[in-house]
Write a protein that binds this ligand. Structure first.
Ligand SMILES: Cc1cc2nc3c(=O)[nH]c(=O)nc-3n(C[C@H](O)[C@H](O)[C@H](O)COP(=O)(O)OP(=O)(O)OC[C@H]3O[C@@H](n4cnc5c(N)ncnc54)[C@H](O)[C@@H]3O)c2cc1C
Length: 240
């Protein structure tokens, strides 16, 4: 959260931080920030980053673990803003293709578990949810013959929805957007990449056009740069 306000002059401003945060925290209050606060937000992620003194070749570069109770898991995330008892998760093991990602014989793993976003209307005990996620991951790994991973974790960094919000100003810790992608938040309905009041303020990133995910975020950077170039050309033409 930004606590110090400074004043800067610029011909063009491109805001790359989370769009709802920019309207809420960096711009004067207005209708837009109130409308954004009522919109639908994406889910969040709990990520366990582990440094291990052992390698686990059973895990490929990318491993996805699905659960039988898939539907219930989604309800837990989106309806209860929590996490199911048997969550789906993804493990990234970069050492498989880049040995420099850990010392020889060691491993670095990142485990991403989908969870609900921050919501004061729901009781959310992140310590309990984190413990539950860790145990669920250990349980699932035991099923594929990885029995001893917990005792080989030498370093651990955990990011929760609160971490995303505090460290990166992502509204509600909704890291996949942050705005969701339902039909009324796509295309024309998604916040536009130029502000209506401040005509030289532009946006890029997951909460403007076209949407979330690295390919779309890169497209949003291209779209906004093309728009600025075209508008600057037009403005120069009108002046001359
Ligand atoms: C665990 C996880 C896994 C993911 N996996 C994938 C994947 O496999 N494929 C995929 O396509 N996408 C994936 N994503 C989504 C992808 O990371 C996002 O879509 C993308 O990072 C969004 O880009 P962005 O520029 O909108 O926001 P960000 O990447 O969050 O960038 C915004 C930047 O603004 C900065 N900022 C915030 N406030 C201020 C301020 N006041 N002043 C200056 N700077 C500020 C932040 O520090 C941050 O660096 C994943 C996300 C997560 C969390």
């Amino acid at each position: 959260m930004c606590t110090r306000k400074i004043s800067l002059q610029a011909d063009v401003i491109i805001a790359n931080a989370d769009l709802p945060y920019v309207y809420r925290e960096l711009l004067p209050p207005g209708r837009k920030s109130r409308r954004l606060s009522r919109m639908n937000y994406s889910c969040s992620a709990l990520v366990l980053h582990w440094g291990l003194d052992k390698q686990y070749p059973q895990l490929g570069h990318h491993s996805t673990f699905l659960a039988d109770s898939f539907r219930e898991g989604l309800d837990k995330i989106f309806r209860d803003k929590s996490m199911g008892d048997d969550p789906c998760f993804y493990i990234h093991a970069p050492v498989r293709t880049d040995p420099s990602a850990a010392p020889e014989g060691c491993d670095t793993l990142s485990v991403a578990v989908g969870v609900g976003h921050l919501d004061p209307d729901h009781p959310q005990d992140w310590q309990r949810i984190t413990d539950q996620a860790r145990n669920a991951v250990f349980r699932k790994l035991r099923k594929i013959g990885i029995e001893d991973i917990e005792s080989h974790i030498k370093f651990e960094i955990i990011t929760t929805p609160g971490t995303w919000e505090e460290a990166l100003n992502v509204t509600k810790g909704s890291v996949f957007g942050s705005l969701g992608h339902n039909i009324f938040q796509r295309g024309y309905f998604r916040p536009h990449n130029r502000d209506q009041r401040f005509k030289n303020l532009y946006f890029t990133g997951g909460s403007t056009h076209p949407g979330n995910g690295i390919p779309m975020v890169l497209m949003s950077a291209r779209l906004v740069s093309e728009r600025i170039r075209n508008e600057q050309k037009r403005n120069k033409g009108e002046k001359s």
